[in-house]
Design a protein around this ligand. Structure first.
Ligand SMILES: [Zn+2]
Length: 569
């Protein structure tokens, strides 16, 4: 599973799928029907604007739509609003060879700007097509100078130029720019639509994959098609030609939706044993209980929303399939909002305690018992003897109420945890798991290969180049590698599924073992990343990317340098 060749295949597959299946026609676009309609009408009625602004979360089709629009406005022989896909103009744009369509990634470099040059470049007529189309991705990253240059051009755009600006962070785009553009808001793609497209891709790739596995991938992508395709690519390349839901859940570290539903139902039905059994099963199967806990909270939140108003289900359509939505709506009819709120309040308190606990499942188990039995583990007021063990005091039986945050963490106060036999069993199980998954490794092993691992990670995923010098390995336990990183957004980036898989794969490869990554911030870990780390990790930042070198168009590179950007495919 972690051979070098596999690892290379893993990268290749995940990046190629979304390119290979990028929509080439308006009818191929997944979701965004209102935008397709408006743009098609503009083409049919020949009312093309000079500046468009596409805003929305990542992976919702902004750049695909921009390329498609560039093709549709330039195709000399369109079929209605659709590009013909057969003429030279269409072919060149599809293959990224057109000299009239410029894609600039503003995220790569914001420093350079030259107003005069931009305006000169823009003035030159198109070489083959009717319009020169400038697609500026992540436009919010432009420097102030570059924004001003752009604004001047947008004020008096040459007749043959179309600007398409794309951004995930509209609030960072100056109002003066926004007001000169036709704005289109891209929405997250519904789970149903993502699953449909993934199923189609899997079929065309000749891969057999369970429906539940596709659902798990789609949910994990959170409404972004590109992430979904990228995850599918990784799953396919790792697991060969037949993929089960269980494998996908293991790879993604997610839990199956059914267990989340069952657990929630058990809590509401006050079925203590079923809920506890479920936790035990998940724990024995090696699922990350923290991930499960978060998923349950999210499900309870959804249940709370639809128990108030069923139509609020729209707000999380990218998280649930239509079957699951129907189920939660039925469930909400039988459930009191007040009960959901109480459970949410109690379960929220478990947050952050699972990994800190000697027995990871204990904080959830205590919450389950309290919720379903209507009892509280809080010790009755006894200021004179605060350390009386639980078995010496009668269990205070009271209706369940949500305790306030200021109370002491009760699982450590009331439950004897030292040398619990269950803990011993649990850690023995974990050791076994580690052995099954390859060679055992320790922090020293990780430190030895850290430099090489960083190099490989950056080669595989350049976007991690900035954060690795500000990160360090901190702990190894039961196959979990804890990496401490300086900032919260670096941690989030490391925890992002695609990035996490890359990091786990590289370390797994070098250590000859299965590695699970856990990222923490300095603050959370109490460990400070030394500044000298920065010189320890090779910097690939200055190296030109091969695909950039291949592009020969001087116009293109001019435009890119003027706008402070990098040419992307
Ligand atoms: Zn054409």
């Amino acid at each position: 599973m972690f051979h070098a060749s596999c690892f290379m295949g893993f990268c290749l597959m995940s990046t190629t799928l979304y390119r290979k299946y990028r929509p080439q026609n308006f009818s191929d676009m997944i979701g965004q029907g209102h935008i397709v309609q408006t743009l098609s009408n503009a083409i049919i009625h020949d009312r093309i604007g000079h500046a468009y602004l596409f805003t929305g979360p990542r992976g919702t089709g902004k750049t695909s739509m921009a390329r498609l629009f560039a093709k549709a406005v330039n195709c000399p022989t369109p079929k209605g609003a659709e590009p013909c896909m057969e003429c030279d103009v269409c072919k060149n744009i599809t293959e990224g060879k057109s000299l009239d369509v410029f894609e600039i990634d503003a995220a790569s470099n914001t420093g350079v700007d030259n107003i005069r040059e931009l305006r000169e470049t823009v003035k030159l007529p198109p070489s083959q097509a009717k319009f020169k189309v400038y697609i500026i991705d992540e436009v919010h990253m432009l420097s102030t100078g570059a924004f001003n240059a752009l604004l001047k051009t947008l004020e008096e755009p040459p007749a043959h130029v179309i600007f398409i600006l794309a951004t995930t962070e509209i609030h960072k785009v100056p109002e003066t720019i926004i007001s000169r553009c036709q704005r289109f808001d891209f929405t997250r793609i519904s789970l149903e639509n993502i699953i449909k497209k993934l199923a189609k891709i899997a079929e065309q790739e000749g891969v057999e994959i369970e429906k539940a596995a596709l659902e798990a991938i789609a949910i994990s992508a959170e409404g972004g098609m590109r992430d979904a395709e990228s995850l599918l690519g990784q799953v396919i390349s790792l697991e060969d030609k037949k993929v089960t839901a269980k494998e996908v859940e293991e790879i993604l570290g997610t839990t199956k939706h059914k267990s989340i539903e069952d657990f929630t139902e058990a809590l509401i039905a006050k079925d203590t044993s079923s809920a506890l059994r479920l936790i035990d099963a998940l724990s024995n199967d090696g699922f990350d209980l923290e991930v499960f806990h978060k998923a349950v909270l999210n499900y309870l939140r959804q249940l709370m929303l639809v128990s108030i108003d069923g139509s609020l289900a729209e707000t999380f359509s990218f998280e649930l399939t239509s079957e699951q939505t129907k189920k939660i709506l039925d469930f909400a009819k039988k459930t009191k909002t007040a009960d959901v709120l109480k459970i949410l309040a109690r379960l929220s308190e478990v947050q952050g305690k699972i990994k800190a606990s000697f027995i990871p499942q204990l904080p959830i188990e205590i919450a389950v018992v309290e919720i379903t039995k209507g009892i509280s583990s809080k010790i009755a007021p006894a200021p004179a003897a605060p350390s009386v063990p639980q078995n010496a005091t009668p269990a205070p039986v009271a209706p369940y109420t949500a305790p306030t945050r200021s109370e002491a963490p009760r699982e450590t106060a009331s439950t004897p945890v030292a040398e619990s036999p269950k803990e011993a069993i649990r850690s023995a199980q974990q050791e076994d798991t580690t052995m099954e998954n390859g060679k055992a490794f320790n922090l020293g092993d990780v430190q030895k290969i850290w430099h090489e691992a960083c190099k490989q990670i950056i080669q595989a995923n350049h976007s991690l180049a900035a954060l690795l010098p500000l990160s360090m390995p901190a702990e190894v336990e039961n196959g979990f590698l804890t990496i401490v990183t300086k900032y919260g957004f670096y941690k989030d980036k490391l925890n992002d599924n695609t990035n996490r898989l890359t990091v786990e794969s590289v370390f797994g490869n070098l250590l000859g073992s299965r590695v699970k990554l856990r990222a923490l911030t300095e603050e959370e870990s109490g460990i400070k990343v030394p500044e000298r780390r920065s010189s320890n990790v090779p910097s690939f930042g200055q190296k030109a990317e091969p695909q950039t070198e291949k592009k020969g168009s001087s116009l293109l590179s001019d435009a890119a340098s003027v706008l402070g950007g990098k040419i992307v495919e």
